[in-house]
Design a binder for this molecule. Structure first.
Ligand code: MEV
Length: 436
């Protein structure tokens, strides 16, 4: 697959008009540009057959697979590299908005990314201890030995250059006036999300810590609030129309100051992030939990993105934990997730995390731009008209006609509903009956 690398970077503009192609033509275009190989091309053409036995391995009581739409967002250029980004999502406008906004950035600015920190966190809790200072000091005095033991447990990861790097301690006041102690085991998970390994490490250290302190360990589990491993994305749009830029800055301030708006803003960001996580077989619930916990870190729930004018440029940031894997979990076992990782061509979990966060920030820019100008209804409902037509019972050969009338209705009355679709459909059917 990666033998196609040269094409990938040199032919980005030939993805113009991608959305107008038939599905078959899209497969061919991806093949031609080296985003997929001939085996993957056949896999897509055959509607991605999934062996139900695979589902039996993933979960208990499996009944098979649930299908969601899978597509690609185009026109992304991240850190100077053109990328086609697979997304799995059911909401109509998401991929369209991501591609359109990415094109805007590509022609007028740039996207850069970086990581801040590398370690994930495992928690070891001692629910109620008589002398918290003694417990913390005793364990921390043995830190080097405990880290060595932890790295025997995390042997594979340690051999790959990662593993446990530190152990820290926190005392937390309980409502009854006594204290709980929590140890944080810090681990570099390399290209895995690291959940299973960190949990094993924490449970593996349990006997030693209990013996050292004479206290009982009550719980060992990773934390999803990974504020020690953040993903940062920066978007710059140069020389933006000052009115547009100012309106986006204002929309961003709204989400910074008001938790009611912040929740919706962040939902829009996660529209993009989750779609990439799903497409690559990652645990989107873990990332959701981490992002929202991080968004409320100063006591008020705030936006995880920010946009401001710097001179004549609009500059936006995403900063939050997005801990993902490119190995482990189902990332390599699920054939569609494997295909999507190949399309992305990412080499590391860090890169994948940057891509997911980028799609989130780009999605956010698209939403804020629409919300602060024409509003969300127009673009959203235009794309949603096919869903309305289908809900009204339109057959494939009736869809286009019903959609066309729905869209002109949207232009005149600025809203459309299933009821409108039903009436249009009834009108067409009556008319075609009369003609017969
Ligand atoms: C809808 O899925 C997402 C938006 O509500 C996001 C936002 O309001 O920023 C459009």
């Amino acid at each position: 697959m990666h033998g196609f690398e040269t094409n990938k970077t040199s032919q980005s503009n030939s993805l113009d008009g991608f959305s107008k192609l038939t599905r078959e033509q899209r497969y061919q275009k991806l093949l031609e540009l080296g985003y997929i190989n001939p085996v993957e091309y056949e896999f897509l053409r055959n509607e991605m057959p999934m062996d139900p036995h695979l589902a039996d391995h993933f979960i208990e009581n499996s009944l098979g697979f649930f299908k969601l739409p899978m597509g690609v967002a185009v026109h992304f250029k991240i850190n100077g590299k053109d990328m086609v980004i697979p997304m799995v999502v059911e909401e109509t406008s998401i991929i369209a908005a991501a591609s359109k906004t990415a094109k805007w950035i590509k022609t007028s600015g740039e996207i850069t990314t970086r990581s801040i920190g590398q370690d994930i966190i495992g928690q070891i809790q001692l629910a109620k201890v008589a002398n918290p200072d003694f417990v913390m000091q005793t364990v921390l005095a043995q830190k080097i030995r405990l880290i060595e033991k932890a790295n025997v447990i995390a042997q594979g990861m340690h051999a790959r250059g990662g593993g446990v790097t530190d152990i820290t301690a926190r005392a937390i006041a309980r409502p009854d006036g006594s204290s709980m102690v929590v140890f944080h085991v810090m681990m570099n998970p390399c290209d895995a999300m690291g959940a299973n390994v960190i949990n094993q490490v924490c449970e593996g250290l349990k006997p030693d810590i209990q013996e050292l302190t004479g206290e009982k360990i009550t719980m060992c589990i990773l934390s999803n609030l990974v504020d020690t491993k953040l993903t940062e994305v920066k978007v710059v749009i140069r020389d933006i129309d000052p009115q547009v830029g100012k309106a986006i800055e204002e929309a961003s301030l709204f989400a910074e100051l008001d938790p009611y708006r912040a929740a919706t803003n962040n939902k829009g960001v996660m529209n993009g992030v989750d779609a990439v996580l799903l497409a690559t077989g990652n645990d989107w619930r873990a990332v959701e939990a981490g992002v929202h916990a991080y968004a409320v870190r100063d006591g008020q729930y705030r936006s995880i993105t920010s946009w401001s004018m710097r001179g004549r440029d609009l500059v936006g940031y995403f900063r939050a934990p997005v801990v993902v894997g490119t190995v482990g979990g189902v990332t390599q076992l699920h054939p569609a997730a494997r295909l999507n990782l190949n399309i992305l061509g990412v080499k590391t979990a860090e890169e994948l995390s940057h891509v997911a966060a980028t799609v989130g920030l780009v999605q956010n820019l698209g939403a804020l731009n629409a919300l602060s100008s024409v509003g969300i209804v127009k673009g959203h409902m235009r794309l949603h008209s096919a869903n309305l037509a289908m809900q009204a019972g339109a057959k494939p050969d009736e869809l286009e006609e019903v959609q066309r009338v729905l869209q002109s209705l949207l232009d005149t009355q600025r809203k459309i509903s299933v009821q409108d679709a039903k009436e249009i459909l009834a009108f067409f059917r009556n008319n075609s009956d009369t003609k017969k």
